[in-house]
Design a protein around this ligand. Sequence first.
Ligand code: PLP
Length: 388
Amino acid sequence: MAKKWISKRSQVIGRTKIRMMYELETMYDDVVSFTVGEPDFHTPQHIVDACLASLENHRTGYAPNQGVMELRKAISERIAQTHGVVYDPETEIIVTAGGMNALRSAAEALFDPDDEVIISNPYWCNHMHHPLLEMAKAVQVPVWEKDNYMYDVESLEQYVTPKTKAIMLNSPSNPTGGVISKEQIEALCKFCIDHDLFLISDEVYEHIIYDDLKFYSPVMFENMRERTLICSSLSKSYAMTGWRLGYAAGPKEVIGAMLRINENTIASPTTFVQDAAVAALRGPQDARDAMVRTFEKRRDLLFEHINAIPGLRCSKPQGAFYAFVDIRGTGLSSEEFSVRLLKEQQVSVTPGDGFGSAGEGYVRMSYALSTELLLEGMKRIRAFVESL
Ligand SMILES: Cc1ncc(COP(=O)(O)O)c(C=O)c1O
């Protein structure tokens, strides 16, 4: 009845299969869930203490819309250390409510109706939804396991039209765990320059990377700083998903536009959370590093167990905490596999086609859960596949 009042743009997006599985899970007891994409650790204590101290100091009023200056400085220092590029905290950095708000306000700042934005397929659902919410087009480019699920730059050419404005890069990637190599990113940067395209680099998993692989951001390469926006967050690296703290760094015109947009939405992230974020960025990093080592051990365990189950296989994830498991050997579709696995063995995974058509035949498994649960899940998955 009330549909006539609902905006057209809000109707262009549907709900995700992650949510679908999440809701189905609630119908069963004793579920081992490989669905949720968040660390199972507590936020390190010194970050919690910094937040409590901020509250005790009555830091409970509004913050500047662009973010607390001390935090912008800490972000600038961090990017200088990790990327070797200096951003001016006055004009080139904005603090956001999580990586999501950075990406969403970037989409609002950059995209007009009918603009085209290149995203990978499989994609993280929000990378597709954000351009659609601007009535822009998300042009899906299939990416393959042989390329670590990163763009094959030679094949990108055919997707570029006069309306193409930007490319979305996410490395390490959700949902695949792929990480872009130096050769791949060099080719991608050259492609952006040659075609005069903007690049949005979603770096929320920047620190969750394995096997001593190096993290590459486009801004580390010549002439990319002026056409790149870094979107990142403390959510995954510091087990701070619920704190909703992220940031963007990029050209001042883009940051200025995002600021005008955020002034009309969130205004700013929570003041005492921003004080805690300073402690996260400037304080000891050992808790973060220990979490990454734990994820790496779980990654190894999952990789070994999955590949020992006839009918299943996966390549070794290089980063983030997701494995993209090939289930084609079972003869089931991604959704059939996921729904039946939940029903018959109370194990929840996300159907790969929920991340785009190229994900059909795969399921995404988040290994952000304890070793004990991971092993229990593996036992049940083996029993399920053997019963087919
Ligand atoms: C690829 C990717 N980008 C951004 C985000 C959003 O992060 P945040 O929780 O900081 O909003 C997520 C969260 O799952 C993600 O997987």
